[in-house]
Design a binder for this molecule. Structure first.
Ligand code: SF4
Ligand code: SF4
Length: 153
């Protein structure tokens, strides 16, 4: 799994190479902090029409949006069932902190990460994170130290 910051071109190239695209998903426009776009925490970005075209200012979207890709979009080792529109979760690396792997959970589905097959996947990711001295956060809570519990799932 990569943790290197990607350019817009990298994102396009990688996602095309593995045959993945955002499609109707706009979950990052809800769950991530994009103050540059006038977005408030926990609310949809005012420029987003989820499921109806997505970003309405796509050609002029902030730099932060251009350089963002969730791990599912650009990494084929992330299983297909992590597609954020269906999983209701986003897996990504923290901006400016590539040693932190995060799971953002849709507030309408707060226990989703504890369901299978996600919990088993997270257990494996925690093992990997511990081995690589990464931190892993689920909605901001560090689960790396609880890896043994998750691993037992
Ligand atoms: S969460 Fe991932 S798949 Fe969904 S819109 Fe954002 S980058 Fe695309
Ligand atoms: S500006 Fe566009 S891409 Fe960025 S958060 Fe808003 S809707 Fe999403």
């Amino acid at each position: 799994m990569t943790q290197t910051p990607l350019t817009e071109q990298d994102i396009e190239r990688r996602s095309a190479a593995i045959g993945r695209k955002c499609g109707e998903c706009s979950l990052c426009c809800l769950l991530l902090d994009v103050r540059e776009a006038g977005k408030k925490d926990g609310e949809w970005c005012p420029h987003c029409k989820p499921g109806k075209g997505g970003c309405m200012i796509y050609d002029h979207r902030p730099h932060r949006c251009r350089g963002y890709a969730c791990a599912w979009l650009v990494n084929e080792t992330i299983p297909e069932h992590w597609y954020p529109l269906k999983s209701h979760m986003i897996l990504d690396f923290a901006k400016g902190d590539p040693a932190t792997l995060r799971v953002h959970v849709h507030p309408d589905h707060p226990n989703r990460w504890q369901e299978q097959p996600f919990l088993s996947d997270i257990g494996k990711l925690v093992q990997w994170a511990v081995r690589c001295r990464f931190k892993m956060l689920i909605d901001g809570n560090d689960v790396t130290l609880e890896g043994k519990n998750l691993d037992a799932a």
